[in-house]
Design a protein around this ligand. Structure first.
Ligand SMILES: Nc1nc2c(ncn2[C@@H]2O[C@H](COP(=O)(O)OP(=O)(O)OP(=O)(O)O)[C@@H](O)[C@H]2O)c(=O)[nH]1
Ligand SMILES: [Mg+2]
Length: 194
């Protein structure tokens, strides 16, 4: 639910990067942070284990211009992908305006992708969101790896509602901003309806 602060003429939107462990969610945010000008971004906050797995979340505030005189600020979050952190994932989805699902293209991660996708739908439902209607983008990450499945077979398994799909190599930055622009666009379309 985007939060509109009339006094400050600000609109705050929340985008959550969801997906299986080690799929590249944190890497997406890191790339956005690295390539965004200082005046457009706030501090990136990461709560991670000593092996760089996300423990609770990553957080990055971004200013992406104005809509009818209101400054639009996007708060990007990632969830921890490891299966046993479900309580955190659920909490982080609270108030979400748009979801990016970062899938791991590797053949051996197909079950992990499907499990994370089911988990996303369950947690959205638990918060009263309709998965069919929430702004949503599917990112197929790790396209550089030799054991990556063909994009078409991944789409067959993972596309749920004719959502836009982007191929990515997050650690090189490929596809990262394309994904972000599309989810931001969808969120703004919803905002203009309300
Ligand atoms: N080969 C390859 N490696 C990648 C790519 N994107 C990310 N990685 C690597 O995959 C590993 C995991 O990336 P993270 O961004 O930490 O994954 P995550 O989804 O945040 O993982 P959790 O926090 O545990 O849920 C890191 O070593 C990244 O450098 C990619 O496109 N290709
Ligand atoms: Mg992470």
């Amino acid at each position: 639910m985007s939060f509109i602060n009339f006094a400050a003429r600000e609109i705050n939107c929340k985008i959550v990067y969801y997906g299986p462990g080690l799929g590249g969610k944190t890497t997406n945010l890191q790339h956005v942070y690295d390539k965004t000008a200082d005046q457009q971004k706030g501090k990136m906050i990461s709560l991670a284990t000593e092996t760089d797995r996300t423990l609770f979340f990553d957080f990055l505030p971004l200013d992406l211009g104005t809509v009818r005189g209101f400054k639009t600020r996007f708060h990007l979050y990632t969830v921890p992908g490891q299966v046993f952190y479900d309580a955190s994932r659920k909490l982080i989805l609270r108030g979400v305006d748009g979801v990016v699902f970062v899938a791991d293209s590797q053949q051996e991660r197909i079950d992990a992708n499907l499990e994370a996708l089911d988990n996303l739908r369950q947690n959205l439902t638990a918060h009263g969101y309709d998965f069919g209607r929430i702004p949503y983008v599917l990112q197929l990450n790790k396209r550089d790896l030799p054991n990556a499945l063909p994009a078409d077979s991944l789409k067959k398994e993972l596309v749920r509602k004719s959502e836009p799909v982007y191929e990515a190599i997050a650690f090189q930055g490929t596809g990262v901003f394309e994904t972000l622009k599309e989810i931001a666009r969808q969120v703004l379309v919803e905002l203009k309806k309300s």
